[in-house]
Write a protein that binds this ligand. Structure first.
Ligand code: NAP
Length: 313
């Protein structure tokens, strides 16, 4: 059994990610005392009912005083305000971390509030679903998923290692990365795909009424997977695009150029170009499966029994 890694862990924000950390930590007994703080009294009440924390509070600043590790799990746009609240309370040697999907901006809004006697070590678990709130979390969310840790220059190595150990103990593979690189990589692998999904679902919704209903009826033809992504939390994704603006615009520029090249190939009937492109992208999916980041089961492993009848064949 993994030994206790922290005496007192405070999780701020009991949504999908915060409640998943709480459940994983509790199931594996990784900390002595687990405290959960959320600004919403209804969320606090629900966390008490679900029973995955030792203590639940609406007062994050007070709870931060005794904590050895604080993980901030609120939307990126709220990270600065939370850091301002809890920063002055941090005890010597405390580690302050987060799970935000954008690292550069989070670092710049949090760092000014962290006293020299505490350690700010940002992190991002590359795992999630389109659901939100304390009921959406589950203990196995981080298993075999990456957690990217982006320590600032000169960060305390022991603090980085202690935080890494916690993520490993929750089942994640830990990678240490420069925060600028993190934001660029995630812009193309996560942020742009979400933008494309939000866009295509929006375009379909704007189609005239009879056509839109047919789009829903025949959605199994690929569109459905976009609708799952486009159902993701609006606050979280608004903040990601506002706070990772530069990297997203850079990747969007490249994407638009490549899309124009494909558009041109279609216009001029250049089948060879299309075929070569699709062959290359198929190989990329194969390598993602080989790295264990996706299933090779057809239709993303959806069981025939789980599908609506009209989709079974
Ligand atoms: P979520 O389910 O919406 O939960 C966020 C929780 O934080 C809500 O209960 C929210 O309360 C609370 N909150 C907001 N501002 C707060 C504040 N100032 N003080 C205390 N609590 C506050 O969100 P999530 O999906 O867990 O995402 C949380 C973070 O994880 C985000 O930074 C996101 O970028 C990152 N992340 C998400 C995913 C994913 O797939 N979802 C994956 C990796 C990382 P209210 O409802 O009252 O606002």
């Amino acid at each position: 059994m993994t030994p206790v890694l922290f005496e007192r862990l405070l999780i701020i924000g009991a949504g999908l990610i915060g409640s998943s950390i709480a459940r994983a930590v509790r199931e594996r007994r990784l900390v002595r005392t687990l405290v959960v703080a959320d600004q919403d009294p209804a969320v606090c009440a629900r966390v008490r009912e679900l029973g995955f924390a030792d203590e639940v509070t609406g007062n994050a600043a007070e709870a931060a005083r005794e904590a050895d590790l604080i993980i901030v799990c609120v939307p990126v746009g709220a990270m600065g305000a939370v850091a301002a609240q809890i920063g002055p309370q941090l005890k010597p040697g405390a580690i302050l971390s987060d799970v935000g999907s954008v690292k550069g901006a989070v670092m710049s809004v949090m760092a000014p509030h962290v006293p020299a006697h505490a350690h700010l070590i940002p992190a991002h678990p590359v795992a999630g679903t389109e659901c939100s709130g304390p009921d959406a979390g589950f203990a196995t969310l981080f298993e075999n998923r990456w957690c990217i840790i982006t320590p600032p220059e000169g960060a305390d190595e022991t603090a980085v290692e202690r935080l890494s150990s916690l993520w490993r103990a929750m089942g994640a593979d830990v990678e240490v990365m420069d925060l600028r690189r993190h934001d660029l990589v995630l812009a193309i692998t996560s942020h742009l795909p979400h933008l494309i999904a939000y866009n295509i679902v929006g375009t379909a919704a704007d189609l005239e009424e009879d056509m839109a209903s047919e789009v829903i009826k025949y959605s199994a033809g690929g569109f459905r997977d976009f609708t799952r992504i486009a159902a993701s939390d609006p606050t979280m994704w608004r903040d990601i695009f506002l706070y990772n603006r530069e990297a997203v615009l850079e990747m969007l520029g490249r994407f638009t150029e490549d899309l124009t090249a494909l558009q041109r190939a279609i216009r001029y009937g250049d089948g060879e170009k299309l075929f070569d492109h699709f062959t290359r992208t198929r190989a990329i999916r194969r390598s993602i499966i080989e790295m264990g980041q996706e299933t090779d089961a057809p239709d993303f492993g959806r069981l025939a029994a789980e599908k609506p009848r009209h989709e079974q064949s």
